[in-house]
Design a protein around this ligand. Structure first.
Ligand SMILES: Cc1cc2ncn([C@H]3O[C@H](COP(=O)(O)O)[C@@H](O)[C@H]3O)c2cc1C
Ligand SMILES: O=C(O)c1cccnc1
Length: 360
């Protein structure tokens, strides 16, 4: 069994849960009336081990790579879009270039394996392992060394951010073809039938989706499913997915808040979870992607999407938009007046609770 060095992810401490819940229930509102935001506030408090958590220097890591599985017709889009979009993001363009600015993220574009030579840029992090994963319908996508390198790169990038004072990381991706490795990993890690794990991605026709299912199903039969999570990631993953998985693991080890995006970044969390299950406690699920299969991923990981806007873009766009709600949750915990402060009759103390149990 291959393990990652020096990776220690602590489970969240339950002791604080009760105190956080009490603090939330003392806010001047009916108990539970801020719904999901209350759950988020509690989770963030527990992640930071604090009744007064703070969000510091949020960074969006949009990690990019290419995929030679595209030779099998699994994406309707030209592969050059990967590098072209990276340049677009670096110039503040595209969905994530815009939303990072609008919602307050410092955007970094990580080259984990793009088939292009970029010029240095202040927002670009060079973590290229190779120019794209191999066509995994013919051979494993990565060697074990390449996969471990990508995981390590993700860890190092996040470790540096933590040292610089960042405590919240949004994860996004760019990589034409990457819904294919994401679907394969979904099937491999959760046992979901490959037909249910595939979807149109960036716009395949019904026929295209059937071809994608056949290509992925054959590849899984050919390489088999290992009982080693990293081996599976190497066989069927992507360089951006492995780099993100490493980044998520390091973020959790450093008690940072992870914000997932859509189908592809959640597949990275599936891989990270298979390596070290405690990682999932540190993750906020930004939104429900339209890609069929995303719901299964989120349910498998026990998450609850913050938003459901019908997004199916990726790049980190869902994570960026959901950050507005995350900020609201932290502000509620720290700044919203309590019954005492507002001199209002305390309905929590009167036992007026509208809870799920009372509704049943
Ligand atoms: C212009 C354009 C911008 C994108 N931004 C993200 N994606 C999304 O679509 C790709 C995955 O879909 P598939 O597996 O079908 O290729 C990824 O790059 C993902 O980030 C885009 C796709 C396109 C075409
Ligand atoms: O959910 C996503 O992130 C997604 C879905 C389809 C294509 N690209 C990204």
């Amino acid at each position: 069994m291959i393990k990652l060095d020096n990776l220690n992810i602590e489970p969240l401490q339950d002791e604080l849960a009760e105190q956080l819940q009490y603090k939330i229930d003392q806010k001047a509102k009916p108990v539970g009336s801020l719904g999901q935001m209350e759950r988020l506030a509690k989770q963030i408090g527990m992640i930071q081990g604090s009744l007064t958590p703070q969000l510091s220097k949020p960074v969006m890591l949009t990690v990019a790579a290419d995929h030679h599985i595209c030779d099998e017709g699994v994406s309707p889009c030209p592969v050059e879009i990967t590098w072209q979009q990276c340049l677009n993001f670096l110039n503040g363009g595209g969905g994530i270039g815009l939303f990072s600015q609008e919602y307050g993220f410092d955007l970094k574009v990580v080259d984990a394996g793009v088939n292009f030579d970029f010029q240095p840029h202040p927002r670009l992090i060079d973590a290229k392992v190779r120019k794209g994963t191999r066509n995994f319908s013919k051979e494993p996508a990565m060697t074990m060394d390449e996969c471990l390198q990508a995981l390590d790169n993700g860890r190092n990038i996040v470790a540096k951010l933590a040292d610089e004072g960042t405590n919240v990381v949004g994860f996004g991706e760019m990589g034409i073809g990457n819904t294919s490795p994401a679907s394969a990993l979904l099937s491999v890690f959760t046992g979901l039938d490959v037909d249910k794990a595939v979807g149109p991605g960036s716009g395949l026709t019904t026929e295209g989706v059937m071809n994608k299912a056949r290509v992925l199903g054959d590849a899984i039969k050919q390489h088999g499913i290992s009982d080693n999570a990293i081996e599976n990631l190497a066989r069927f993953g992507g360089l951006e997915i492995a780099t993100i998985a490493g980044g998520m693991l390091e973020a959790a080890a450093r008690r940072m808040i992870i914000i997932t995006d859509g189908f592809i970044t959640t597949s990275a969390l599936l891989a990270a979870y298979a390596i070290e299950p405690n990682v999932v406690n540190y993750a906020l699920f930004s939104h429900q992607s339209q890609e069929q299969g995303h719901k299964h991923m989120v349910d498998y990981l026990g998450g609850e999407p913050i938003l459901d806007l019908g997004f199916r873009l990726g790049e980190g766009t869902g994570a960026a938009v959901a950050y507005a709600v995350v900020k609201g949750a932290v502000a509620m915990l720290n700044k919203m007046t309590s019954f005492d402060e507002a001199a209002i009759v305390n309905t929590a103390n009167l036992g007026i609770r509208i809870t799920d149990e009372s509704n049943n």
